[in-house]
Design a binder for this molecule. Structure first.
Ligand SMILES: [Zn+2]
Length: 267
């Protein structure tokens, strides 16, 4: 097939996942969906061997033969177009299935906003969006999660992914998230965690070198045990449901969307 013809031919998607795609795609503002569609056809024109519908990105609607190696190396899990990883695809498809998330007037607090989500939520007129980060260059609002400068019960939804493992007083952070969540609201929380006997944390592990050696990352301050993480969220006042991607979405979507990380759904 000639390049031009290939570029003009949308990659076929398998029927079983079409529903997942349309749910997710319906929530992309039109100009963003068009931008991704254009980038995808350019990508396929340049990389015709990638034009096989083996893996699918629900965030931007693209399909490929395989993912890109994460950060250009390591495991193959990154979307070539929107740069989503496993956890981004898991949270996106979960939000696309939350009937109230994209409803008009939803107030959303988003910690450590990923660029894809920041654009998609920030440019959605239905969402009253507050993107926050401790580093002021990364978000509109410079916010310390242990002292959130918003009133009680302000937010319908909170997204806090891969933040609490960096926070020394994580339980104060959890109480603050609980405080600003509206009654009936939902906080979607993700952290790296392991099935292990208790959370591994030690105040003596207090330099970037030691943290890298003990926790695997220079800015992490612990390795959570899954059970302990749920318990801490409970102590902060949340009712927690752990969503395992394979259980929630089934073997096929788990594999073909390549989903990852549990989501702790907190009410
Ligand atoms: Zn993508």
């Amino acid at each position: 097939m000639k390049r031009d013809a290939l570029a003009a031919t949308p990659v076929r998607r398998s029927t079983t996942k079409d529903e997942g795609f349309s749910m997710a795609q319906a929530n992309l503002p039109l100009h963003i969906a068009s931008k991704y569609a254009l980038e995808y056809s350019r990508f396929v024109a340049k990389n015709p061997k990638m034009a096989e519908p083996k893996v699918h990105c629900p965030c931007c609607g693209s399909s490929f033969k395989e993912w890109r190696p994460v950060f250009g190396r390591g495991r193959k899990a990154e979307c070539h177009i929107c740069h989503s990883f496993e956890r981004h695809r898991h949270i996106w498809i979960t939000l696309a299935n939350d009937p109230d998330f994209f409803a008009k007037g939803t107030s959303l607090l988003h910690f450590a906003p990923e660029p894809f989500f920041k654009t998609v939520f920030g440019e959605n007129p239905a969402i009253d969006y507050y993107d926050c980060d401790l580093a002021k260059e990364r978000a509109t609002h410079q916010v310390d999660i242990t002292a959130i400068p918003f009133e009680n019960g302000k937010f319908d939804r909170i997204i806090c992914s891969h933040v609490l493992e960096h926070v020394p007083d994580d339980q104060k952070g959890m109480r603050e998230l609980r405080r600003v969540l509206k009654p009936g609201g939902i906080a979607y929380i993700m952290v790296p965690s392991e099935v292990r006997e208790g959370t591994y944390e030690d105040p003596a592990i207090n330099t970037p070198e030691l943290r890298l050696k003990h926790y695997g990352q220079e800015t992490h301050v612990r390795i959570y045990s899954r059970n302990d993480f749920v318990e801490r969220l409970g102590v902060a006042g949340f009712q927690v449901q752990t969503q395992f991607p394979k259980v929630r979405w089934g073997e096929e979507m788990y594999r073909d969307f390549t989903l990852g990380d549990n989501i702790y759904i907190c009410r």
